[in-house]
Design a protein around this ligand. Structure first.
Ligand SMILES: [Zn+2]
Length: 234
């Protein structure tokens, strides 16, 4: 079992975490065949009830201004379950939001059933461009963004029944109200939907003290899978 986990961590670090944003962009377009309009990459069934989202850029893009200056590879340490940086430079690990990207890529095998989209330049405020999509497209949907810390869950436009559902499917998550500085792309979608932002195992984002607890990444992946598949035939 440890061997499998080792391989999974390796893949996550080498292919998803320790690469510049341009690499993820290429991966989505060429390997996973996403469509792209403006800064939004998308794929799957837009008629489905469930929409899943993450952002491909990291805070390093904001720190260093442009793609070419993003510093990779990073000197990354894996200490059993904890992933962190071995450097003093002004650089961040980038689990925000590469943990989210990883989880979505792992769920892509269900893309005939669900709609997936990823945005670029979220950290420099470009999430508002989501409005290039017709806002009716999001009406009545459940939109999940995988883009917050640890194992917290921030519901967005919900009712009591939806909250009950979240408590059932994500029992070990701490359901919290939206706090300052915890903006997500959901704030920019001006439609009538239900949704939430779910924690995916990173901590101290936007600082050089950022770290990732990989078992939490896998836990979010597993619970989300169970949640979305319960809607498969709706
Ligand atoms: Zn983020």
């Amino acid at each position: 079992m440890w061997f499998r986990t080792f391989l999974v961590v390796d893949f996550f670090i080498e292919e998803i975490l320790n690469v510049p944003t341009s690499y993820i962009s290429e991966l989505l377009l060429n390997k996973y065949h996403f469509n792209k309009i403006d800064n939004i990459y998308f794929k799957g069934n837009s008629d489905s009830l469930i929409y899943l989202c993450a952002h491909i850029d990291t805070f390093n893009k904001k720190l260093y201004g442009n793609l070419e200056d993003e510093i990779y590879p990073l000197d990354i340490i894996v200490d059993e379950n904890k992933i962190y940086l071995n450097e003093k430079r002004r650089v961040v690990l980038g689990g925000d939001d590469r943990c989210g990207v990883y989880i979505l890529l792992e769920l892509l095998e269900y893309s005939d059933n669900f709609f997936f989209f990823m945005v670029d330049n979220e950290e420099i405020g470009e999430s508002r461009r989501i409005n290039i999509f017709d806002k009716k497209m999001f009406d009545g949907k459940i939109i999940i963004t995988v883009d917050t810390i640890s194992n917290i869950l921030i519901p967005h436009k919900y009712d009591d029944n939806f909250l009950k559902l979240l408590k059932y499917f994500f029992p070990d998550f701490k359901i919290v109200g939206k706090r300052e500085n915890r903006f997500s792309i959901l704030d920019y979608i001006k439609s009538d939907f239900k949704g939430f932002n779910i924690g995916c195992g990173f901590y101290n984002e936007h600082t050089n003290k950022e770290y990732i607890l990989f078992d939490q990444v896998l836990n979010t992946l597993n619970l989300l899978k169970r949640f979305i598949l319960s809607f498969k035939n709706v």
